[in-house]
Design a protein around this ligand. Structure first.
Ligand code: DAH
Length: 371
C-alpha cells in the first residue's frame, strides 16, 4: 500500500515537473505552484492522510513528500528566473536608446517681453527701496477719477476712452481702470499716519481704454510710482526717474529731459523725455542724436489729492509717475507694432521672448499681474 502511494506521489511529481516545463508565463507558474504545494495542493494533501499509516511509513512518506516539494520549488525558482530574464530582455528591446541620434529640440517656453519689462522695472525700483503693490482692475468712478482730482465735467474724463460696466443694484457704474493711478489713492488711504515715515511703491498692472491701433490696445499695462514722506521735492522726483531711465535703457549717460506738462493729480507736472536719434528709415537709436522721445508722466502729488485721503499737504509731500509698459518694451527691444503682443503667435514669442532666468527676485513683479 505504501509502495502504491509512493508511486502515485512520484507520478504526480513528474506530472507537475512537466507542467512547469511547459508553462508559458509567471502567472500560470504561480497557479501550478498553488495547485501543487498550496494548502489544498495535490502534494500537500498527501501529508494530511498520513494518520492512517504506521510511524515508519509516515516517516518514509513524509520525507518523500518533502523531497518532492524541494524538487518542485527548485524547478519553479529556475523557471521564474527564466521568465524574469525574458521580461527584462523584452523591456530592453523596447526601451533601447540610440545614443547616436541627434538630440530632440527641447522646446522651452520663453518669457513674454512684457513680463521681462515688469521684472526689470521691479528689480530697478526695488534697488531704490520701492515695494510692489497691486490694485483691482474694476474700479469705482471715485478712485479712477474723482479722488485723482478729475471731477465729473473734467475734460480728462473724455480723453480716457473709458470702458463702463453695467450699473449695479445701487445704480453705480464701475469702470475698467483707465490707468494705474487709482492705486495711489488706495495705497495712501491705508497709511497709518501715527507710525508713518515714508513710503515708496510701484504698481505694475493692467489698464483699459477703448482704443485699438498699431500703438494702442484696449488692454495695456502701466506702472505707477508713488513716493510720499516729509520734505519730498522735485529734486527727488528727478533723481529717481533719471536713475530709472538710465538703468532701464542700460545707458549711463542717457540724456533725460523734464518737460512741464499737466496732469490733474500732480502739481507741478512733468513729462520725461529721453535722448534719441530718429532715422529716416524709422529706426531709433536711444541715447544718441538730437531728438527726444517721451516715455513717462510725473509730478508732485497734488495737495487736493492728499487732502482727499486725509493727509496734510503742509506736512507730507510726494511725487508720482506713470508709464506705459508696452511702449517701454517696444522702445527697448525695437518692436514696431503693439498688436502682436496679445496674439500669442509662437513665432513672435520666440523672436522677442526671453529664456527665463532662474532668479526668483527678478520675477517678483509678476505676482498678481499675470496670475
Ligand atoms: N495716469 C497717467 C496716464 O494714464 C500717467 C501719470 C502721469 C501717472 C503723471 C502719474 C503721474 O502718477 O504723476 O496717462
Amino acid at each position: 500500500m505504501i509502495a502504491e502511494l509512493k508511486d502515485k506521489l512520484l507520478n504526480l511529481s513528474d506530472d507537475i515537473s512537466l507542467l512547469i516545463l511547459g508553462c508559458s508565463n509567471l502567472n500560470s507558474l504561480d497557479d501550478i505552484r498553488i495547485n501543487a504545494l498550496g494548502k489544498k495542493g495535490s502534494i500537500t494533501s498527501h501529508l494530511k492522510n498520513l494518520r492512517e499509516y504506521d510511524d515508519v511509513s509516515k516517516r518514509e512518506i513524509g520525507s518523500l513528500v518533502n523531497e518532492i516539494k524541494d524538487k518542485i520549488n527548485q524547478e519553479i525558482v529556475v523557471k521564474t528566473q527564466f521568465f524574469k530574464k525574458e521580461i527584462l530582455q523584452e523591456k530592453l528591446n523596447i526601451e533601447k536608446i540610440d545614443v547616436t541620434l541627434t538630440p530632440q529640440d527641447n522646446d522651452t517656453g520663453t518669457l513674454h517681453p512684457l513680463s521681462r519689462t515688469i521684472d526689470e522695472l521691479c528689480a530697478i525700483f526695488a534697488d531704490m527701496g520701492f515695494s510692489i503693490v497691486d490694485g483691482p482692475d474694476i474700479e469705482s468712478d471715485y478712485y479712477n477719477f474723482t479722488a485723482l482730482n478729475i471731477p465729473t465735467e473734467h475734460p480728462a474724463r473724455q480723453e480716457h476712452d473709458t470702458f463702463y460696466l453695467q450699473p449695479n443694484n445701487d445704480g453705480e457704474r464701475k469702470v475698467l481702470r483707465t490707468h494705474t493711478s487709482p492705486v495711489q489713492i488706495r495705497t495712501m488711504e491705508k497709511i497709518d499716519l501715527e507710525n508713518f515715515d515714508e513710503i515708496r511703491y510701484i504698481i505694475p498692472g493692467r489698464t483699459y481704454r477703448s482704443d485699438h491701433d498699431a500703438t494702442h490696445s484696449p488692454m495695456f499695462h502701466q506702472c505707477e510710482g508713488l513716493v510720499l514722506g516729509k520734505n519730498i521735492n522735485m529734486g527727488h522726483l528727478k533723481g529717481c526717474l533719471i536713475e530709472f531711465c538710465r538703468n532701464y535703457f542700460n545707458a549711463e549717460n542717457l540724456p533725460v529731459r523734464f518737460r512741464p506738462s499737466y496732469f490733474p493729480f500732480t502739481e507741478p507736472s512733468a513729462e520725461v523725455d529721453i535722448g534719441c536719434r530718429k532715422d529716416k528709415d524709422g529706426s531709433l537709436s536711444i541715447g544718441e542724436g538730437e531728438d527726444w522721445l517721451e516715455i513717462l508722466g510725473s509730478g508732485m502729488v497734488h495737495p487736493r489729492v492728499l487732502e482727499g485721503v486725509g493727509i496734510d499737504p503742509t506736512v507730507y509731500q510726494g511725487f508720482a509717475f506713470g508709464m506705459g509698459l508696452e511702449r517701454l518694451t517696444m522702445l527697448k527691444y525695437g518692436i514696431p507694432d503693439l498688436r502682436p503682443f496679445y496674439d500669442s503667435d509662437l513665432r513672435w514669442l520666440k523672436h522677442y521672448g526671453f529664456i527665463p532666468v532662474d532668479n526668483p527676485s527678478l520675477h517678483s513683479g509678476l505676482n498678481g499681474v499675470f496670475s
